[in-house]
Design a protein around this ligand. Structure first.
Ligand code: MSP
Length: 511
């Protein structure tokens, strides 16, 4: 079985989870589920980033022992993963021993290969971003992200990033699909072309982290520590998991941390002579009703609160549907409600409910079954469109066009609703029961395709639809999107015997 290793960034535990974290998780989860439906053996990793000055300071400000603080907060991220039905296989914390040991041995590897040396750092640091900035990058005395910076002057170990500049450029050139979307690929290349300086990879002013081997004065830079989670979680260098799953197929990250992954992590791996990840996606940022989400503005969207009001799968659907992967998006409660009501309920839900309840009410017709009916179904335009879309599915998944796949699903549901209106089975049944049966079979086939394709996005709802139309649990992968697995109304057991209830519930906007 082909292996597929996908990761989310590991989340800083200084804050409570918000909608941005939820989005990174959901995007990764949708892709992981797509890969499983393509019959790949998926390893899906997420976790928490628990070291560094930002966490040290926040815990101190809250007068909590740092270890207790991170223990408390990591649970919120675990709870988020559970809340959102994220199908991760592992959850790593950088304070775990399994991680710390590997960071130390990776560091040693960089030292032994002559990529780390000791010197003196003088420059600007943002604790919020846990990042170093050049004087020339600052705007009005702030980091390009708008975060505060402080001037630091301390002895430091450096990673010889500059010597990897040409190798990085050469690698990007040979791997044009390394970074998605293409605009970010170009940004990374111009960042590297503008010149790389060696990177400070230790701090003497931060205590909360992993100590540099044989030099207790220094703590390993939180980003070097954190990035190593992608290999520590799979037991680098000797485990079978590592041999099976490295290099990762995909790191999903937000656009703010693409440089850390596409430049620093890639160079660290090159220096340690490890294989490089196959691709990195940089997704966009969510704004709240047009405004940047920030604690100081007080407009943070809390996914736990959101889930009290809306079904979690409505949230999953909205977040993926609303923005193209890579672009920024605007969270708006009204948009969420109208997307759910207009698309999920009025198009998809309505289609399913009309068809299954018609079958239920017209049991007499559906006993008329003959093979000829089935073989003709694939001549219908509606089914032809689904088949030709399915033929392109693998390519679309490979290019991470998940947003577009969802667009098509909605379109197919809309076309199916038009088809019902045109064929009017409620009229036809009086004159031509055989054709009525044919029309119902076309519609069931369309619902079967739609529901199988919906699984990565809204897994529980998709399961309910597939159960309702009687698709075997063993026949729900993409390989089953062929005429061999067609469902005929006669076998649509649940709808024959149990009165079908609507799967989706409309949102009544009371606020
Ligand atoms: N700890 C680092 C990642 C280390 S990975 C080796 C980090 N953590 S974070 O908690 O600040 O961010 C985690 C993810 O959430 C990032 O991918 C980031 O882009 C994403 N988001 C944070 N706010 C966001 C929005 N408002 N919108 C969308 N995603 C954003 O960075």
């Amino acid at each position: 079985m082909e292996k597929y290793y996908i990761t989310t960034p590991i989340y800083y535990v200084n804050d409570a989870p918000h909608i941005g974290h939820a989005y990174t998780n959901i995007v990764s989860d949708v892709i992981a589920r797509f890969m499983r439906l393509e019959n790949k053996e998926v390893l899906f990793l997420t976790g928490t980033d628990e070291h560094g000055q930002k966490i040290e300071r926040t815990a101190q400000k809250n007068k909590i022992k740092i270890q207790d603080f991170v223990d408390q907060n990591t649970h919120k991220f675990r709870a988020l993963v559970k809340l959102l039905s994220i199908s991760n296989d592992d959850f790593i914390r950088t304070t775990e021993l399994r991680h710390k040991n590997i960071v130390v041995s990776f560091w040693q590897k960089l030292v032994d290969s002559g990529n780390i040396y000791c010197d003196y750092y003088e420059g600007w640091y943002s604790v919020t971003d846990e990042a170093y900035y050049n004087e020339s990058e600052l705007k009005n005395g702030l980091a390009p992200t708008g975060s505060k910076v402080e001037f630091i002057k301390e002895p430091s170990y450096f990673f010889a990033l500059s010597k990897w500049q040409d190798k990085l450029l050469d690698f990007y050139k040979k791997n044009p699909y390394f970074i998605y979307p293409n605009s970010k690929y170009n940004e990374v290349i111009s960042f590297v072309k503008s010149g790389l300086q060696d990177l400070s990879v230790s701090r003497t002013t931060c205590n909360w982290g992993i100590k540099v081997p044989n030099d207790n004065e220094h703590t390993i830079y939180v980003w070097l520590d954190a990035l190593i989670n992608y290999i520590s979680a799979i037991g680098y260098p000797n485990s079978e998991k590592y041999r099976n799953f490295w290099p990762a197929n995909l790191h999903v990250v937000g656009k703010d941390i693409i440089i850390f992954h596409a430049v620093y992590w890639t160079a660290f791996l090159m220096a340690a002579e490890l294989k490089l990840p196959k691709s990195i996606i940089a997704h966009g940022w969510w704004l709240n009703e047009g405004q940047k989400i920030s604690k100081s503005i007080g407009n943070i969207i809390d996914p736990f609160k959101l889930a009290e009001e809306f079904d979690v799968e409505y949230i999953r659907y909205f977040l993926i549907r609303e923005i193209k992967l890579g672009s920024d998006g605007n969270y708006s409660r009204d948009n969420l409600i109208s997307r759910i009501n207009n698309e999920l309920i009025n198009k998809i839900g309505n289609l399913v409910q009309r068809v299954v309840s018609f079958i239920y009410r017209n049991k007499a017709i559906i006993t008329l079954l003959d093979d000829d009916i089935i073989s003709n179904i694939y001549e219908y335009e509606l089914i032809k469109n689904l088949v030709s879309f399915t033929a392109k599915l693998e390519k679309k998944i490979k290019r991470f066009e998940i947003h577009e796949i969802l667009n098509y699903i909605v379109l197919f549901a809309q076309e199916s609703n038009i088809f019902i209106e045109q064929e009017a089975p409620w009229v036809l049944k009086k004159t031509d029961p055989t054709k009525t049966l044919k029309i119902l079979t076309v519609l069931l086939e369309s619902i079967r395709y739609i529901a199988i394709l919906l699984q990565p996005f809204i897994p529980c709802f998709a399961e309910k639809i597939l159960d309702q139309i009687g698709v075997s649990k063993l026949h729900r992968k993409f390989q089953h999107l062929t005429k061999d697995y067609i469902i005929v109304p006669f076998y649509c057991n649940n709808s024959n015997t149990i009165e079908p209830k609507p799967i989706f519930i409309k949102i009544n906007d009371v606020n």
